[in-house]
Design a protein around this ligand. Structure first.
Ligand code: NCD
Ligand code: ZN
Ligand code: ZN
Length: 357
């Protein structure tokens, strides 16, 4: 794992930045939700909430109920705002997009290619089936968030993101040139370059774990189920390209943790679930990645300014402060009637959130 220590003189000991937002977050439901929401509510002003529950959140009415559960879990004192999304299916009616826009609570629609990732079975089997719905999203300015991987068995898992660009994304963008698209959790140099070269309405989120780790961290010295996520970690050249994009100052790239908690039982098994739990220390992990790259001065733009700019919102009005301080991550956190193993469990993180204003 990339957990280098920089000398205190190499960068400041404190960092005060505008409160960040998480533009890609899984909070699950029921007791799991109650356990994880407070972590994000403490750090972030807002978060884009992924709709891949069972059953998926496909309607505005379902999203309203889900949003209330998240607000309840955050607590009355919290000003955290969950920004809701709808799960796109082959049969999402264009009318649902109008309903979503009128409600004022839906910030985006999420495209999961069927079978690509956790709870994606109800996802899209053929994007052409969604063209009327996408037409309406383009017209009304509702962004499409994309899990960008093809699912064919004959495509190697490490090539699935690149193939998605070539086989799906290029034509989608050509057919809907004004549609706002976020290429979620990008993991390759190909994706970063594609976003850089596309029009201003195409952006991307980058996770902390893809900035900090490569596929060796999952496979060398024994298989690490808690480092397995989708899209899967890639080789070092890709990690470097992601860091370069994140620290570049290009406003198309912003923070999206893809914190995706699964119970220990569902990770440490013969067929383990994909997803890493990072929300407990989201901004600290990003701070570490930016610090390692000598670019702490670029963190605020990535974590707190570029996302709101893309979504047409104001940046948060308050600040948070981080201190350079090594602390040990707990071995686990309670998660419903099981536990969730956090990234870096039992190991250290070099930055700590010390104040929230
Ligand atoms: C996510 C999950 O568990 O919901 N898993 C993951 O590995 N990223 C789904 C997703 O974002 O693809
Ligand atoms: Zn995904
Ligand atoms: Zn995700």
């Amino acid at each position: 794992m990339s957990n280098k220590q920089n000398s205190p003189s190499a960068s400041p000991s404190h960092l005060s930045i505008i409160r960040p937002d998480d533009w890609h977050l899984h909070v699950r439901d029921n007791e799991g939700l109650k356990a994880v929401v407070p972590f994000t509510a403490k750090q972030c002003g807002r978060a884009i909430i992924m709709p891949n529950l069972t059953p998926p959140v496909t309607t505005t009415d379902q999203a309203r109920v889900y949003q209330q559960a998240i607000l309840d879990a955050a607590g009355k004192q919290s000003s955290f705002q969950p920004l809701m999304t709808l799960y796109l299916t082959d049969s999402t009616p264009a009318q649902e997009i109008q309903t979503a826009m009128e409600s004022g609570i839906i910030s985006a629609v999420k495209l999961y290619p069927a079978g690509a990732t956790t709870n994606s079975d109800a996802g899209v089997t053929d994007i052409r089936k969604c063209y009327q719905t996408l037409e309406m999203m383009q017209k009304l300015g509702l962004p499409l968030l994309v899990h960008g991987e093809v699912t064919s068995h004959d495509i190697d898992i490490f090539d699935r993101e690149k193939q998605f660009i070539d086989q799906r994304l290029e034509s989608l963008i050509k057919d809907f040139p004004e549609l706002k698209v976020v290429f979620e959790h990008i993991t390759t140099a190909d994706a970063a370059n594609f976003v850089i070269e596309s029009s201003p309405n195409i952006a991307a989120t980058i996770t902390a774990h893809h900035l900090l780790m490569n596929r060796n961290d999952m496979l060398v010295g024994g298989i690490k189920p808690h480092h397995y996520c989708l899209p899967v970690l890639k080789r070092e050249t890709h990690r470097k390209a992601l860091v370069k994009a994140a620290i570049s100052g290009n406003n198309k790239f912003f923070m999206g943790t893809d914190s995706a908690p699964h119970s220990k039982h569902n990770k440490e098994t013969a067929c383990g679930c994909a997803g890493m739990f990072t929300a407990f220390a989201a901004i600290e992990l990003y701070a570490e990645a930016f610090d390692e790259a000598g670019a702490l001065d670029k963190l605020e733009q990535f974590s707190s300014l570029n996302g709101p700019l893309f979504y047409g919102l104001d940046a948060n009005s308050d600040k948070i402060t981080l201190r350079r301080e090594e602390w040990t991550v707990p071995d686990s956190y309670q998660f419903g009637d099981d536990v969730v193993i956090p990234l870096r469990a039992g190991q250290t993180i070099n930055w700590k959130l010390v104040s929230e204003s």
